[in-house]
Design a protein around this ligand. Structure first.
Ligand SMILES: [Zn+2]
Length: 155
């Protein structure tokens, strides 16, 4: 690593330890030329996941966007932000596990719906009605019927 002071290329590592959050390794280095000391950090590079939209355009996966969708669907519902954050964690984990760097918008929508179905039926219906509006009306109707029947058999 190049010395930031004299730009010499060789340094020796004096000390190497993980940062408090465990997300990086901090190294204390000394320049072999000017002997000044500096710190470098080594981090895991986050591999971006690309979301492929219906028209074929790609955008980077954004967990904030998933959370916003959940918050909208859950407006005025008795669901804690913590529960929503956990749902987003599960969606993100699934997205990262299931793909080789790309995932269709549709697949993410399905993952979000799975989470909402567990959390709150009203929120689930809200999300599903917006999400599936023009793509899969028949599937949505069947899903509603399934829920209605599930309620009846509980009574
Ligand atoms: Zn130097």
């Amino acid at each position: 690593m190049r010395c930031p002071f004299c730009h010499y290329l060789d340094t020796k590592v004096l000390d190497s330890r993980p940062t408090e959050d465990g997300q990086a390794i901090r190294r204390r280095r000394e320049c072999l030329e000017c002997h000044r000391r500096f710190t470098s950090y080594e981090r895991v590079e986050e591999i971006p996941v690309w979301v492929v939209k219906k028209d074929g355009r790609r955008e980077a996966f954004d967990r904030a966007k998933i959370l916003r969708g959940l918050l909208t669907a859950c407006e005025k519902r008795p669901i804690s932000l913590e529960a929503l954050e956990e749902a987003v964690d599960r969606v993100e984990r699934n997205v990262r596990d299931a793909t080789s760097g790309e995932i269709a918008t549709r697949s993410i929508g399905e993952l979000v719906m799975q989470e909402l179905r567990e959390l709150d039926e009203v929120a689930y219906v809200r999300f599903a009605s917006v999400y599936r509006q023009f793509t899969d009306l028949e599937g949505f109707r069947q899903e509603l019927e399934r829920m209605i029947h599930a309620h009846r058999s509980q009574d």
